[in-house]
Each structure stands twice: as C-alpha cells, then as structure tokens.
Design a protein around this ligand. Structure first.
Ligand SMILES: C[S@@+](CC[C@H](N)C(=O)[O-])C[C@H]1O[C@@H](n2cnc3c(N)ncnc32)[C@H](O)[C@@H]1O
Length: 372
C-alpha cells in the first residue's frame, strides 16, 4: 500500500496531475489505482485539517459562520440544478428501490441497499417523531424517497414535497397514481425563494444543506412553515470538528477535491466552478436565531461509504445499460463517457472519505429543532 501511495506521490511530483486527471476521465486508470489515489486525496485533506490546532479550527469556524451570514441563501457557485438533470434510467440503475439520493443505514454487513434505504427512512420518522395525521413538508425531495415513505407508512399524514427538477416531480406523481397515494402534493419550486402561507407539523430537509450558504436566512424561512409546536429535522454530511469551504469539480456535484485554504498539491485537478460548504457536526448550532436544537445525533461515515460502494456495485453490475443511459442523454458520446468515468471516480472518493479513520472523521449529522 505504502509503495502505491509513493508511486502516486511521484506521479504527482512529476507534474503529471493534469494527465492523471485526463486518464481518469478516459477510464484508463485501473480501479485499484483509483482507490489509492482517492485515499491519498482524503489523507491529504485529513492532514490539512489536523495541522490546525483546536484554537485555529474554532477561529476558522467562527470566520465561516460570519461570512455565511453575510451572503445569499444560495449562490450560483453552491448550486446548479443542472447537476440533478441526470438520466433517470441511470439513477434507477445506481440507487436502491426507494431511489434515495442520500445515504442509507447499514445495520450490519449483510444488509442490502434496498433494506438500508428503508432503515434510514424509518430512522428519520422515528427521530423526527412523525405520527399519523401530521402535515409534513419535505424540502428538496429528489425522487420522493422520504415523501413517499412517509405517505405509505402514515396514511393519515399529508405530505407536501418540493423539488426544483421537473422530471423528479413527474416521477413522484406517477408513483402516487400507481400506488393510489392521495396524500402527497408535489410543488415545483426553488425552496429558497418559494412563498406559501402554510404551516406544518414536521419539516424534513435531507441532504440539501450542502447546496445552501446562508443558513440563518434558510432556517428563518423554514421556521415560518413550522407550526408553533412543529419540529424541523435536518440531515447533512459533515466533518467531526472543522467546517470549511471546498471547490468541487465542474463535472460532478459530488467530488470535492480541494479545501479553499490549502496548499495541497492536487490543485491542478480542480475545475473551479463550484464552492460547497462542508459543515462541522455542530455548525448549525451557531444559527439558532429562529429555531432551537432539541436533539442531535451522529451516524458514522461508514454508512456513507457503504452507500457509495453499493451505488458503484449497481453501476458495475449493469455497466452497459448504465453507459447507454448516460450516452442517450448526452449529445456527445465522448463527453458522456467522460462524465461516466468522472462519476465512478467520485463514488470511489465517497467510499474512501466515508470510511476514513473508521468513519470517525467525516460523518452524517441528524438534528431536530423546534420553533422559537
Ligand atoms: C442530494 S438530493 C437529496 C434528495 C432527497 N432529499 C433524498 O434524500 O433522496 C438534493 C435535492 O435537493 C434539491 N434542491 C437543492 N437545492 C434546491 C433548491 N434551491 N430548491 C429546490 N430543490 C433543491 C435537488 O433538486 C435534489 O433533488
């Protein structure tokens, strides 16, 4: 292993970073090597974080809190809806039956992706204390994994789900017709600008925070949709101690290569068009202007890693259909294949990042807030 890492280091030292990236996009790097490269990327990031003392980390977090409060709820650089206009046939191959676009919960080694999706959906319901008859709002609902699960599990609940992607709305509506679910309403809108005079018992925000910047404004807007005794449940990816900004590549919203304040030598890999915030597990606690925390949990990064591993396995087990799905939704076969290889690479990255330090470095946070 050490030899391989050295080999990667050498390769990078020889100014071949751009070439390596090109080879990755062309699918010319063997999987074993991709794993080692991604592990090295994650290791470097870990070292960069650990170089900072507690005092420095805390100062950086407070600086970030201050700067996030000065910006818009969402900026062009944090969210591009085009990233979610991915061929549905591809998403169906990659995800489990629930089409959950966020991570799943693997109780043990033997659990399948389909069961792990349900386990996580059940965990959301339990932690958000949903009961039959509640009015539930699901913000950034993707293909409706959360909304449809709640609608089926609690027939007397009424679920309003919001997405900004027309094909996602269409899919959820088809599912409701097919399964006779009359208790779901889908709204096509941008959650950061949409206005409605309605209040809900529960508001669910699952894996959407990554696209937002000004959490103060977002939580204020969300709190207006909560009943006086309503709860807000949030899930987000995070680091155990540090909150930081990242530049992500232009081809995928998933791969995060380089912290903004880093001198790591992989910087040539960056296509600098998107900046995302990786919160620390406690970052949202600095934004309790309109909501207050009542419970807070951590799910170790191994579940995130395993979710990516299962998505990769699904793609590889159906590789021809997966490639065809991407090619059919792209004008150029060459570009489609680059995208496809980039996507696979980013899944390797997710696997390595999630399991780094046995899932104790990066992880998933669940938070339950009440209205102030
Ligand atoms: C990672 S997916 C999670 C989807 C879903 N919550 C799930 O767990 O399967 C993020 C979703 O948030 C949606 N989203 C992000 N920003 C949004 C915005 N400003 N308005 C509406 N939807 C948004 C995207 O369209 C995408 O469906």
């Amino acid at each position: 292993m050490a030899d391989k890492v050295d080999h990667v280091e050498e390769a990078l030292d020889r100014n071949s970073k751009a070439k390596l990236w090109e080879k990755l996009e062309l699918g010319l790097v063997p999987d074993e090597e991709i794993k080692v490269i991604m592990r090295s990327v994650v290791e470097k990031r870990h070292q960069w974080i650990n170089k900072l003392s507690c005092q420095q980390q805390q100062a950086q977090i407070l600086k970030l809190v201050h700067s996030l409060r000065q910006t818009d709820v969402v900026t062009e650089s944090t969210y591009n809806p085009d990233h979610y206009e991915i061929a549905f046939s591809f998403m169906k191959i990659m995800h489990g039956k629930a089409l959950k676009m966020s991570w799943s919960y693997f109780e043990d080694e033997s659990v399948t992706l389909d069961d792990a999706e349900i386990a996580m959906l059940d965990l959301y319901c339990e932690r958000a204390q949903i009961s039959d008859g509640h009015k539930v709002l699901d913000l950034g609902c993707g293909y409706g994994a959360v909304a449809l699960h709640i609608a089926r599990k609690y027939p007397h609940c009424h679920v309003t789900a919001i997405t900004d992607i027309a094909s996602q709305k269409q899919f959820i509506e088809e599912q409701c017709r097919e399964h006779n679910l009359a208790n779901v309403e889908i709204i096509l809108a941008d959650i950061t600008t949409y206005e409605m005079n309605k209040e809900f018992d529960r508001v669910m925000v699952i894996s959407v925070l990554e696209h937002l910047k000004n959490y103060e404004l977002f939580l204020r807007k969300t709190s207006k949709w909560m009943k006086a005794d309503g709860f807000l449940f949030i899930e987000h990816w995070c680091h155990r101690s540090l909150a930081y900004e990242f530049k992500a590549s232009s081809n995928s919203h998933i791969i995060h290569i380089k912290p903004l304040v880093d001198d790591d030598r992989l910087e040539d890999w960056i296509f600098p068009d998107m900046t995302v915030v990786i919160p620390s597990f406690h970052l949202l606690l600095y934004f309790q202007d309109d909501v207050s925390i009542i419970n807070h949990w951590i799910i170790d990064g191994n579940h995130f890693s395993r979710s990516h591993e299962e998505w990769l396995k699904n793609i590889d087990a159906n590789i021809d259909a997966a490639k065809a799905a991407i090619v059919s939704s792209n004008n150029s076969e060459e570009e489609a294949m680059k995208w496809f290889n980039h996507w696979r690479t980013s899944l390797f990255h997710g696997i390595e990042q999630g399991k780094y330090n046995n899932g104790e470095a990066w992880m998933v946070a669940h938070l339950l807030f009440k209205k102030k």
